[in-house]
Design a binder for this molecule. Structure first.
Ligand code: CAA
Length: 258
C-alpha cells in the first residue's frame, strides 16, 4: 500500500485519480512519494480499464517542491548516486494522458511535475513558481527546459532567476495552464477533461500524445515523419474503422482500444 499517495482507479468511467497525500508538508516531493507516483502510473498504464489519469494534490498545495529537508544534507555525489530524476523520466514515459489538477502551490518540483503532465486545470488560487534560486540551487527536473519551451525565454528567466510566483491567471496568459476554475471545481473539471479523452480511441490518444511530445523533443522534419507513421498506424486499428463508420452512420463511436 502506498504511504504518500491515494489511488482511485475509477473516479469516472476509464479515468483514474492519483492524489499526492502529504498534506502537512504541502506535498513536498520526497523520494518515496515520487517512487510511489512512478509505480502507480506504471500500473495504471497497464490497466485496460484506465484511459486517462488525473494527478492532483489538495486545495492548499499541489506540491511545494522537492523535499528540502530530505535534500539539505546531501552532497553532489549523494545526489548523483540517488539519481532521483530516473524516477521522473519514467513518469514522463507514461503513455496515457495525464491531466494535472492544481490548487494552491505548484512550486519547484511541483511546477515541474505539473509540466510533465499533458494538460493543467488550475483553481483560481493556484500559484506556480520555480523558487529553487532562493535556496541556493536551480530547477533540476525540467524547470529550465520545459518551462522555457512552454512560456518562452524571458518569462522563464524571470521565474527561474527571481524565484517569484505567478498566479493562475498569469500562468494561463503564459500558456502554462489550460483552464482556470473556482477552487471548488478544480478537481471535477480535471476529471471532466480526462473523461472527454477517455471516450476516444485509447490507441489514437496514445499515439497522438507521443506525437505532440515530439514537437518539443525533435527537429521539425523528423517529428513530422514520426507523426505521419503514427497516423498511418492508426489505420490498422478497429477503432479507426469504428470511428469512421460511426461518423457515416451518424452515431456515437464505441471505441474498444483494438
Ligand atoms: N520541502 C520540505 N518541507 C516543506 C517544503 C519543501 N519543499 N515546502 C513546505 N514544507 C513544509 C514546511 O517546512 C512546513 O513544515 P513544518 O510545519 O514542519 O515547519 C510545512 O510544509 C508548511 O509550510 P510553511 O509553514 O512554510 O507554509 P507557508 O504557507 O508559510 O509557506 C510556501 C508556503 C511558500 C510554499 C513555503 O513552504 C515554501 O517556500 N516552501 C518551499 C518552496 C521551495 O523552495 N520549493 C523548491 C524546492 S527545491 C526543488 O523542487 C528542486 C527541484 O527542481 C526538483
Amino acid at each position: 500500500m502506498p504511504e504518500f499517495i491515494l489511488i482511485n482507479k475509477q473516479v469516472a468511467p476509464f479515468v483514474a485519480h492519483v492524489q499526492l497525500n502529504r498534506p502537512k508538508e504541502l506535498n513536498a516531493l520526497n523520494l518515496e512519494l515520487m517512487l510511489e507516483i512512478k509505480e502507480a502510473l506504471i500500473e495504471l498504464d497497464n490497466d485496460p480499464n484506465v484511459r486517462a489519469i488525473v494527478l492532483s494534490g489538495n486545495e492548499r498545495a499541489f506540491a511545494a517542491g522537492a523535499d528540502i529537508k530530505q535534500m539539505a544534507g546531501r552532497n553532489a555525489i549523494d545526489m548523483l548516486k540517488i539519481d532521483q530524476f530516473s524516477t521522473w523520466d519514467s513518469i514522463r514515459k507514461t503513455k496515457k494522458p495525464l491531466v494535472a489538477a492544481i490548487s494552491g502551490f505548484a512550486l519547484g518540483g511541483g511546477c515541474e511535475l505539473a509540466m510533465i503532465c499533458d494538460m493543467i486545470v488550475a483553481s483560481e488560487t493556484a500559484q506556480f513558481g520555480q523558487p529553487e534560486i532562493s535556496i541556493g540551487i536551480m530547477p533540476g527536473a525540467g524547470g529550465t527546459q520545459r518551462l522555457t519551451r512552454i512560456v518562452g525565454k524571458n518569462k522563464a528567466m524571470e521565474m527561474v532567476l527571481t524565484g517569484t510566483f505567478i498566479s493562475a491567471q498569469q500562468a494561463k496568459e503564459y500558456g502554462l495552464v489550460n483552464k482556470i476554475v473556482p477552487v471548488e471545481f478544480y478537481l471535477s473539471e480535471a476529471i471532466k477533461m480526462a473523461a472527454l479523452i477517455a471516450e476516444k480511441s485509447p490507441i489514437a490518444v496514445q499515439l497522438a500524445k507521443e506525437s505532440v511530445l515530439r514537437a518539443y523533443e525533435m527537429p521539425l522534419q523528423e517529428a513530422l515523419y514520426f507523426e505521419r507513421k503514427n497516423f498511418y498506424m492508426l489505420f490498422a486499428t478497429e477503432d479507426q474503422k469504428e470511428g469512421m463508420a460511426a461518423f457515416v452512420e451518424k452515431r456515437k463511436a464505441n471505441f474498444q482500444g483494438k
